[in-house]
Design a protein around this ligand. Structure first.
Ligand code: PMP
Length: 469
């Protein structure tokens, strides 16, 4: 059913009046999409929107409705949609007559991007780093990182974590939590809520680290010789799980002591998102490889790995690809990185994220259906639970995926786009642009609170539910 057939929603100023009748173009586009596009389509299922214009936090659909976009290109849009500095950078390249496609040749645009990127990276890495421009998605950069460390170490095993998400191509999928393959040893990622050791916090993280260390040193542990450990400093798709800094430092010590390269997957956490320019800065660790994508392209596709120069044992052409020279993405990326740096948006994300977390914790006090509120900077998760049912493993309330789906739907009716994540898709995720204002943050949380109340009513009394989408 089309979005605009839902009942009109009480709306703050951002929402224009809802047209009386959905324009046929909008309906037709959605219908043709469902007829022609693959069954694997993802966001399109829960967000039946036809975006035609966007600026900052706001997306406007072909039906004239406006939405506050807290998915922001799955965490890509550090500056929101179509930020003026990004548009200007793209126009400048277009007007200059520079080639749009340049394979992996040197160009002034690429040179400027690399200089800007290196200026933001942890110094001990940047001072001795190489960069490999990869095919344009995050998963391509993960593949490159895995290939690099396997070539450099001559080993094939990999250490990866429960709940991890690294992408959808074969190697990245192997490294992700849903997979079980012979080459990958699955290690416990520290969880505060639902800690498998039943303690959470620093103590739970310490136990997880101890398990990792003893497994690696156990001659009968069954660990294939690892080429690397790959870790997200905050798991995103896994349900917004921030790793304690002390645990990150333990992982650095454990890997360094055993000459195992440490890969930080900062595809989602990078460029200010977590309240530091790179999330590894919170713990102060220096990884051997960093995987970067999403925000570094300033909304356009771009992915790189940056790594210690002594790992650079690749032969010429060992990792090639036609689409590694996207000049528009590099220009948009340079503008984004510089804007985040100059305007201290990482600090702003830390401050505003802290305030949003506090307000959500207040909301949790009134709603037993909120099992946990967590996050770092502007990477925020609200885990929804069924307070009357217990998770047999951890003693916490069990996940409530149906309620989470209802909250997402009610948010959409109120002009708010949110994402779901976590083991059972029961974590409502907020990834707003770092340019979010205080007023916008309030509007987002007002709509979320309202949506939660409506979803609770609807799941308790299904007849209260508004029309579905
Ligand atoms: N790593 C992490 C941590 C991610 O969050 C994602 C995407 N959500 C990826 C890798 C894969 O990136 P892409 O979807 O661009 O392939």
């Amino acid at each position: 059913m089309a979005v605009t057939e839902s009942a009109p929603v009480p709306t703050p100023a951002e929402l224009p009046t809802t047209p009386a009748r959905t324009p046929p173009a909008h309906e037709g586009i959605l219908r043709r999409q469902s007829l022609r596009e693959s069954a694997a389509r993802t966001y399109a299922r829960s967000l039946p929107i036809v975006p035609v214009r966007a600026r900052g936090l706001t997306i406007e659909g072909a039906d004239g409705r406006r939405y506050l976009d807290c998915l922001a290109g799955a965490g890509t849009l550090a500056l929101g949609h179509n930020h003026p500095v990004v548009l200007e950078a793209v126009r400048k390249v277009l007007d200059s007559g520079a080639p749009l496609h340049a394979l992996d040749l040197a160009t002034p645009v690429k040179d400027a991007f690399t200089t800007e990127l290196f200026s933001t990276l942890p110094r001990p890495l940047a001072d001795h780093a190489r960069i490999q421009f990869c095919s344009p998605a995050g998963t391509d950069a993960v593949e490159a990182a895995l290939k690099l460390v396997r070539t450099a170490t001559g080993r094939t095993g990999l250490l990866a974590f429960t709940g991890a998400y690294h992408g959808m191509t074969a190697g990245s999928l192997d490294a992700s939590g849903g997979a079980a393959t012979a080459r990958v040893t699955r290690l416990p990622y520290p969880l505060n809520y639902r800690c498998p050791y039943g303690v959470g916090g620093e103590r739970g993280a310490e136990l997880a680290a101890r398990w990792t260390e003893s497994l690696l040193d156990d001659p009968k542990g069954g660990v294939p010789a690892p080429a690397a450990m790959i870790v997200e400093p905050v798991q995103g798709e896994g349900g917004v799980n921030p790793a304690p800094d002390s645990w990150m430092r333990r992982m650095r010590e454990i890997t360094a002591a055993r000459s195992i390269p440490l890969i930080a997957d900062e595809v989602q956490t990078g460029v200010g998102r977590t309240g530091a320019f790179w999330a590894v800065e919170h713990s102060g660790i220096v990884p051997d490889v960093m995987v970067l994508s999403k925000a570094i392209g300033g909304s356009l596709p771009l992915a790189v790995i940056v790594y210690r120069e002594d790992l650079d044992v690749w032969q010429p052409g060992a990792h090639a690809g036609t689409f590694r020279g996207n000049q528009l993405a590099m220009a948009a990326g340079t503008a984004t990185l510089a804007f985040v740096r100059e305007n201290r948006l990482a600090e702003r994300a830390a401050l505003l994220g802290g305030r949003m977390l506090a307000r959500l914790q207040g909301l949790a006090a009134d709603h037993p259906t909120i099992g946990d509120v967590r996050g770092r900077g502007l990477m925020i998760g609200v885990e929804l639970v069924d307070p009357e049912r217990q998770d047999p493993h951890t003693g916490t309330a069990s996940a409530a995926p149906a309620l989470a789906t209802a909250v997402q739907r009610e948010c959409l009716r109120r002009g708010l786009i949110v994402e779901l994540g976590g083991r059972h898709s029961s974590v409502v995720r907020l990834l707003p642009p770092l340019t979010l204002t205080d007023e916008q943050a309030d509007a987002v949380l007002d709509r979320l609170a309202d949506a939660l109340a409506a979803a609770e009513r609807a799941t308790r009394h299904p007849t209260d539910a508004g029309p579905s989408h």
